[in-house]
Ligand binder design. Structure first.
Ligand code: BG6
Ligand code: MG
Length: 228
């Protein structure tokens, strides 16, 4: 794609940066999270549906475990046991993402992030995942981002805006000049709470509070961004 920088006037539009959620926006890791959580639940003697799995999107590791234990009516676990369960799940998950290749980047993601950069916008990752560094390395995407803020560097999970505000700060861009791309309701809420513009990735029926929704970054263009 050839981008003519002069065509876009993002500064006048007050857009200076794009912050991308990772899981479900840049790469579809949800399937690996699902497999690993399902295995854990099965070991404890219960199961949960793919529909229930939707509720885990954007939710931190320990909060996901709490939801799953609730679905299985498991109420007798100590904090130490919960930590052990989450670690066991993460070991299976990291085994799976260890096999990932750049072929698993979602359609249009690399191209759109590159187009933003070519147009002079700053780019960052804002993810709840502590596995973000591994995933970005496996996908060979690290050079595409000016800042990476993830589950290792924030203390309050989405819908708290901490992860995105930290991203804006690292980019040295005011929150109102940032656009956040998110597939999770909690993530859209986090961006709104941080005073940022939002593009939902997924279904408009679910991401009702986003400024706009597209099915994937392959449907996103600088033209659309310019009109946000
Ligand atoms: C989010 C995912 O990006 O990261 C959640 O949508 C996941 O499903 C969360 O639980 C934390 O990920 P990790 O890799 O730190 O367990
Ligand atoms: Mg996500």
């Amino acid at each position: 794609m050839i981008i003519n920088k002069a065509t876009y006037n993002f500064t006048a539009m007050n857009i200076k940066a794009c912050i991308f959620d990772l899981d479900g926006v840049i790469v579809d890791t949800a399937v690996y999270h699902y497999k690993a959580w399902k295995r854990l639940a099965n070991e404890m003697g219960f199961d949960f549906t793919e529909h229930q799995n939707e509720q885990l999107k954007g939710v931190s590791r320990m909060a996901s475990l709490e939801l799953i234990l609730g679905w299985g009516n498991v109420t007798n676990k100590t904090e130490a046991e919960k930590l052990e369960l989450a670690t066991r799940k993460n070991d299976w998950y990291t085994e799976m993402i260890g096999q990932m290749t750049p072929a698993e980047i979602l359609p249009g993601a690399r191209e759109f992030v590159q187009a933003c950069r070519d147009a002079g916008l700053k780019t960052a990752i804002g993810s709840a995942s502590k596995n973000t560094p591994t995933i970005l390395a496996k996908l060979e995407l690290l050079p595409l981002f000016d800042a990476v803020v993830d589950g290792n560097s924030v203390s309050t999970p989405k819908p708290d805006p901490e992860v995105f505000l930290k991203g804006a700060e690292e980019l040295n861009v005011e929150p109102s000049a940032c656009v956040v791309f998110e597939d999770a309701i909690a993530g859209i809420e986090a961006a709104i709470n941080g005073g940022m513009k939002t593009v939902g990735i997924g279904s408009p029926d679910m991401l009702t509070r986003a400024d706009m929704v597209v099915s994937g970054l392959d449907k996103m263009t600088l033209d659309i961004l310019d009109k946000l």
